[in-house]
Design a protein around this ligand. Structure first.
Ligand SMILES: *Cc1c(COP(=O)(O)O)cnc(C)c1O
Length: 236
């Protein structure tokens, strides 16, 4: 990035186009453009990319590893960033994730949930989380299988140190629009059913990445996690 001004401009322009597409997809689902929040995924990118995100006005940034989140949140302390933990969190790193992230999207097991809740109780607060749902059924995807997600959500919602703000899902590796749509729709239906559970306080649906965010928004997403479409390919 010899010329960071050119890169900053490019990110700003990509964000402008992405917001247009978000607005159009939100309109197709009967909502306004402000119904969908952009979580800009800076994972795997150097600090210059975080600077470009900030210059473009982005403040919700996503990371998928606790170590990288720790490094970047320290480096950018005081810059008004709300960090989102979007990747699998090992139970032994639950404390770090709880301390550093404004929202943990990827609560994928009761074990992790219990760890986070104990942390929340020690700190005298309720840690905001989303429950990850494996709506595609792919073995490689984490999260509660859609079929018994409601049981899991019910158990999680009783934990005193957590606040369940909604659900997150990852779409399958496919370009099949019906398969993608089905995954997102299934997750929305789980949230609709979970809405009656005590302790489920939010209605957030973290769904959609660079390749599928418009379909996710049409199916009710309130947060899209966008990396490549904003920042280009991640360095190897
Ligand atoms: C990397 C990642 C993203 C962003 O992916 P892009 O395809 O680059 O937009 C979104 N969500 C999660 C959980 C990720 O790990």
């Amino acid at each position: 990035m010899a010329d960071h001004e050119a890169y900053d401009r490019a990110v700003r322009e990509r964000l402008r186009r992405v917001r247009e597409r978000i607005g159009a997809a939100a309109a197709r689902s009967g909502r306004g453009p402000d119904a969908v929040r952009v979580v800009a995924v800076t994972k795997g990118h150097p600090h210059g990319v975080v600077e470009a995100a900030l210059a473009a006005g982005l403040r919700d940034l996503g990371e998928n590893r606790v170590e990288e989140l720790a490094r970047k949140s320290l480096r950018f302390e005081g810059r008004g960033i709300a960090w989102h933990m979007i990747g699998h969190v090992q139970s032994r790193k639950a404390g770090g994730a709880a301390r550093l992230a404004a929202l943990i999207h990827s609560v994928d097991s009761l074990r992790l949930a219990a760890k986070l809740s104990r942390r929340g109780e020690l700190d005298g607060r309720r840690i905001p989380v989303l429950v990850q749902v494996n709506a595609s059924g792919e073995a490689t995807k984490g999260g509660f299988p859609a079929a018994d997600a409601l049981d899991g959500i019910g158990t999680l919602a009783e934990l005193p140190g957590l606040r369940v703000d909604g659900l997150m899902t990852m779409a399958p590796f496919t370009s099949s629009e019906p398969a993608l749509r089905d995954t997102f729709r299934r997750t929305r239906l789980v949230l609709e059913q979970a809405a009656g559970i005590d302790g489920v306080e939010g209605r957030e649906l973290s769904m959609g990445m660079s390749n599928d965010f418009e379909i996710a928004i049409e199916e009710g997403s309130t947060m899209v996690r966008l990396g490549t479409t904003l920042f280009g390919a991640r360095p190897a």
